[in-house]
Design a protein around this ligand. Structure first.
Ligand SMILES: [Zn+2]
Length: 126
């Protein structure tokens, strides 16, 4: 049998991106992803996002920091292309969480600039 190409393997890996899986699971469970939801504050989604980011890093912290934000941004940058059509509300909430929970640090500015660039490049061509 022919060995799968590196690109194929990488694509498979990206499909297993933890945040893609998290967003899909939340959507299937109809978890609220509304920013500033006046009923539930999207608490389940926001709490699980922190938990999954912790799992992805193999750490355990209850508050956002540069490391958690970094792994989350990396996950966002590697989301499958069609996610902006199918899961835009959840993606917006993840951005919002990153934006709101990091102080005004050089890391935050670099992170958001890099992420915006990557997402614009990717999604303007899809
Ligand atoms: Zn809600």
């Amino acid at each position: 049998m022919e060995r799968p190409s590196f690109d194929k393997l990488r694509k498979g890996f990206r499909l297993m991106n933890w945040i893609a899986e998290f967003i899909e699971t939340a959507a299937a469970a109809k978890v609220c992803t509304r920013i500033h939801c006046t009923t539930c504050g999207a608490l389940d989604f926001r709490r699980d996002l922190v938990r999954k980011a912790n799992d992805a890093l193999g750490i355990s912290t209850s508050t956002w920091d540069d490391a958690l934000a970094g792994v989350t941004a990396e996950g966002l940058a590697h989301l499958p292309d069609d996610f902006t059509r199918t899961h835009i509300e959840a993606i917006r909430l993840v951005f919002f969480e990153l934006w709101s929970n990091l102080g005004d640090t050089a890391f935050k500015r670099r992170l958001l600039a890099g992420l915006s660039r990557e997402l614009c490049r990717k999604w303007s061509t899809s």
